[in-house]
Write a protein that binds this ligand. Structure first.
Ligand code: ZN
Length: 439
């Protein structure tokens, strides 16, 4: 065994036999240069390439990362007994590709290959913002606040292929905790997520339209992505639209099943939630909102408001609204009184709070019958374009009825929208009460 403390040993490793630096023109990117450094000693060699951009701060940042990789490599070599490797010097190879997104945004894709040390090959993507002299992080392109992260995650999951679902799920859970460690790329049409292992990278490709609710305005402008801001703008005035509404939840056993069915039809619905239940199941409320559904207020405790004083009514409505806002980050758009019961005091408080009262035109009676066939039949008999359908996401029978009901309605040409979309389509505004259309 050779003792490793001696300076002579260190010198052997560190003194380069050959060291070169080469600058080259980068094909298709005349403003940039490819810089390749090589170094060879008796125990290791490396070839490291990078691309020099027009931004000095960015170049420095990437240079720091490269030096860290080289130092780590040399450290690993030193840790192994260098005498053992003398015949086969350890090798580090860092290569880079460049991808232009706009005149100011570029991706540098590095591959780090590390032979004869125990480290895995690694892929690392830097997304460069030459205008602002910075490396873009995931949070520069997405608003991933508390309310959004669930929706973002569910869109990513939706795009995965089935066979890698588990590994991707694991990887994503881990990665979303440190979004800046994630390898990603974006352009005008799609967003890619990649793992950091180049040979079996997991790749998720998501069309940017799907992610548009989460994209920051800055990145939308810079990529020149244009979507209609108001979803109702893309609805056809003569379309057969209905609003499914789900009251009394969220419920941990039923709500997720309903979300799953809605997702299969790319349907958006409105959930009138009870404040106390939102407090009990905040993640579920967040998930509903994150998947693009509308959240309505169904009071704090599901009280019959006609039996309360005006002040109590105020507490039931405004208290619940505050609970919902504190959890999903937005106050509920509409208000639905429990049992559909309201009086002038309720209307007064709703007006004060600018919460339109939404009732329904089709009652599934799911709360009463608790049979999937009955729910299905009643809705089918009474449905008409413009209908608001009353359902409850707390009964298993409702979750059971939904797949067939939605399949049939969708075969008949119905499309499922939120209450906001339905009302804006019909040019309705004001405090209501509003019932929707029935057959
Ligand atoms: Zn209710």
């Amino acid at each position: 065994m050779v003792a490793f403390a001696g300076t002579a040993q260190e010198k052997v490793i560190r003194s380069p036999v050959v060291s070169t630096e080469k600058l080259e023109y980068v094909e298709n990117f005349p403003d940039f240069q490819r810089k390749t450094n090589t170094e060879k000693t008796s125990v290791y060699s490396y070839i490291v390439s990078t691309i020099l951009t027009t931004s000095e701060p960015i170049n420095q940042y990437i240079q720091m990362w490269i030096e860290k990789e080289i130092n780590q490599f040399i450290h690993d070599v030193e840790k192994n007994n260098p005498n053992d490797t003398e015949q086969h010097p350890a090798q580090l190879h860092i290569s880079v590709e460049i991808y232009g997104v706009t005149d100011e945004i570029y991706s540098l894709i590095f591959t780090v290959k590390n032979k004869e040390t125990n480290r895995q090959d690694v892929m690392k993507i830097f997304n460069l913002d030459l205008l602002n002299h910075k490396i873009l992080s995931l949070t520069d392109i997405f608003n991933l606040d508390h309310a959004n992260v669930e929706g973002f995650r569910s869109i990513v999951k939706e795009q995965m292929s089935v066979q890698d679902e588990n590994s991707l799920k694991e990887w994503l859970e881990k990665s979303l905790k440190q979004p800046n460690q994630l390898n990603w790329q974006i352009d005008q049409t799609s967003f890619h997520l990649l793992s950091d292992a180049p040979e079996n990278h997991i790749l998720v490709e998501i069309p940017v339209e799907k992610l548009s609710p989460y994209l920051t305005n800055d990145i939308m402008n810079r990529l020149q992505i244009h979507f209609t801001d108001d979803p109702a703008n893309s609805l056809h005035p003569d379309g057969k639209y209905i609003a499914l509404t789900f009251d009394d939840g969220p419920s941990p056993s039923v709500t997720p099943q309903i979300l799953e069915t809605l997702k299969q039809y790319s349907a958006k619905a409105t959930f009138f939630m009870v404040g106390s239940r939102v407090l009990s199941y905040p993640e579920l409320a967040l998930q509903v909102a994150g998947e693009g559904h509308e959240i309505g207020n169904h009071t704090g405790n599901h009280s019959n408001l006609s039996k309360l004083s005006e002040e109590q009514i105020r507490q039931e409505i405004i208290g619940s609204s505050q609970v919902i806002e504190s959890i999903i980050g937005e106050s509920p758009t509409f208000f639905r009184p429990p049992y559909g019961v309201y009086n002038p005091s309720v209307e007064k408080v709703a007006l004060e709070h600018n919460s339109p009262i939404i009732l329904w035109s089709v009652d599934s009676l799911d709360w009463k019958n608790r049979k999937a066939e009955n729910v299905h039949q009643l809705v089918k008999e009474n449905i008409a374009p413009g209908a608001i359908v009353l359902l409850h996401d707390i009964h298993q029978s409702t979750a059971d009825a939904l797949p067939i009901l939605m399949a049939e309605l969708s075969n008949e040409g119905y499309q499922f929208v939120t209450v906001s979309e339905l009302l804006s389509l019909q040019g309705i505004s004001g405090i209501g009460p509003y019932y929707g259309v029935s057959y």
